[in-house]
Design a protein around this ligand. Sequence first.
Ligand code: HAM
Length: 436
Amino acid sequence: MATFKAVRGTRDLLPPETALWSHVEETARRIFARYNFGEVRTPIFEDTSLFARGVGEETDIVSKELFRWQDRSRAASERDTSLTLRPENTAGVVRAYIEHQLGESGQLQKLFYMGPQFRRERPQKGRYRQFYQIGAEVIGPPHAGSESPLRDAEVLEMLATLLDELGIQGWRLEINSVGSAADRARYNETLRAALEPVVGQMCEDCQRRAVTNPLRVLDCKVPEDQPIIDTLPKIADSLDDESKFHFAAVLAALDAAGVAYTRNHRLVRGLDYYTRTTFEFTHGGLGAQNALLGGGRYDGLSEAIGGPRAPGIGFAMGEDRLVLTLQSLDPNSAPAQRVQAYIAPLGDARNPDALNRVNAGALALARELRRAGLSIELGDGSFRLKKSFEAADKAAARIVILGEDELQSGILTVKTFATGVQTKVPRSELIQFLEQ
Ligand code: HAM
């Protein structure tokens, strides 16, 4: 019979690697708490139109990569709706901000999230159809200070601290400003005009983008197009004074904090909601998919999806890529876990009553030790001594032998694998002995 496999672009995460995932998540939670972020959990699917209006109909994510379906109505109170597995979490968080009127508090909302996202991309190393993001958003009414360049710089400084604390050496921060919506409209026209005489020599995607969304031409990776793109006007020259001033203030705050960055005029990002500051952190160990994380400001997103004015800035880290980077920096980063002791009940397989007695005694002993906080693996009374030793040596630092004699005498035999020393330990002293 044909067997099942995880669907293309999805994968199972297994121990010991999952310990590294937990480590990344715990570190992120610790840092988020230090910066006063609280956790938000939004549903994994939303109305398709939230992403169409939020992320943008013309983006690759919405036009090509959504996992969406028509949800049939079951009751008279329901309508058929188009639903979509979230391709990212910012639109969902801003929807929740609006739905729960979080802006009414007059405070900045500082929210973080962790969880799976879904995009129908061509799978390759570091790119999956179900992938995991750890992200955060700072959003609020303008009078709460949500537009301040200090917020941008603080988020970037937090990211630098988080990557450093994770032990990811060699990251690079690339930063740009895509200006206000008006700046971008102006730049799009400038680009359109500049592209007109040259676009015929460019790739098919660029020819389409030159019409639908000229800004996207700057994302093109086709080598032959690069010399043409280098000659195009820069967005920095289309920014109005306010946007220029905002960007200069972000960079000055980063300088003061000692966070290194590189300005990248071509960094426009693949989502339409961005305004002003945009950024990516990259890492050389990742190959083609080198963006560890991306983010930026989205001052008009709330209004675009029917909410009040609520400027914001945020980011999402690709957790899959953080784990890949940690593994590339240290191939031993998730060593197999060893418990403190393996309890080997030793019974006589021909005597079911005796076997049951040692098995029951072993479970009682394991319960006592585990309740005292020790990590314990429990063998089986039907194993021969050799098999127990082999299993214990793979899983544990020590083996505790428990046969009928030990049950009666209360004196247990413990072997420590690192030293090869075998010791007789009274049951009352076992916890203390194993804790050493
Ligand atoms: P994004 O750049 O589309 O931004 O994704 C952020 C990060 O998610 C990427 O840098 C990458 O590490 C990871 N990522 C994206 N697609 C995949 C994939 N198919 N496989 C593995 N990893 C992937 C956003 O999603 C925005 N919502 C970020 C944001 C938050 N902007 C403001 N607030």
